[in-house]
Design a protein around this ligand. Structure first.
Ligand SMILES: CC(C)(COP(=O)(O)OP(=O)(O)OC[C@H]1O[C@@H](n2cnc3c(N)ncnc32)[C@H](O)[C@@H]1OP(=O)(O)O)[C@@H](O)C(=O)NCCC(=O)NCCS
Length: 179
């Protein structure tokens, strides 16, 4: 199981979603904007309270990973989300992901969050290896991975199936000696 996460990095606080986020998360869903919410976030506004009080913490308590909000420390706005998943405690490995609101992109939020969460996971989180997979045609995500200090290990050919087409994935990692 991961310990509770609260990371301050650059102009952001990175922490678990919680009941204090109900108004913002409800507003995102009401506007049809899921870009700041993680995969597996609440499906409708009716699900928000239960998701914030319970579901969002399950991943951490089950040891699979963490769902984290990226919060602008000045405005208090949730600008995106990041997290870890598919943690293999025996191997000491976990996979990182991230997304940033369309209207807040290009300000370094994803780079700051990816680097900070990976550093946290390799120290306080007790892991040895953080994996990052980005579609090989996702130029912004490839740039984030490189800027955040991940090492590109290669290409997982046709490893991502979107329901219609298979895409190559770029495989990156960060290990403790990279810090
Ligand atoms: C990928 C994503 C998280 C980046 O968030 P962000 O906060 O804008 O990222 P940053 O500001 O830290 O860095 C983005 C970098 O990508 C670059 N970039 C953005 N779009 C680009 C493009 N089409 N081609 C090349 N570079 C691009 C930016 O210029 C910036 O690099 P720079 O600082 O050298 O100029 C955001 O675009 C997003 O949420 N996309 C949808 C979800 C997604 O793809 N998640 C990743 C799954 S692996």
């Amino acid at each position: 199981m991961f310990p509770p996460v609260k990371i301050t990095s650059g102009g952001s606080e990175i922490r678990e979603f919680g009941p204090q986020d109900a108004a913002q998360v409800t507003a995102f869903l009401a506007a049809g904007d899921r870009t700041a919410l993680p995969p597996g976030g609440p499906a409708t506004t009716a699900d928000v309270d239960h998701w914030l009080a319970d579901t969002v913490h399950r991943r951490r308590l089950d040891g699979d990973g963490v769902h984290l909000a990226i919060v602008d420390t000045v405005s208090g706005d949730i600008v995106g989300s990041t997290g870890l998943r598919d943690t293999d405690w025996a191997a000491g490995s976990s996979e990182i992901g991230y997304g940033v609101r369309t209207d807040r992109r290009g300000r370094g939020h994803a780079t700051e969050a990816a680097g900070a969460v990976a550093r946290w996971a390799l120290t306080a989180g007790g892991l040895r290896r953080i994996v990052l997979h980005a579609r090989a045609d996702n130029a912004a995500s490839l740039r984030v991975a490189a800027k955040a200090g991940f090492h590109r290990e290669g290409t997982l050919r046709l490893a991502d199936w979107d329901g219609e087409t298979a895409h190559d994935l770029a495989a990156f990692s960060m290990i403790a000696t990279d810090l």
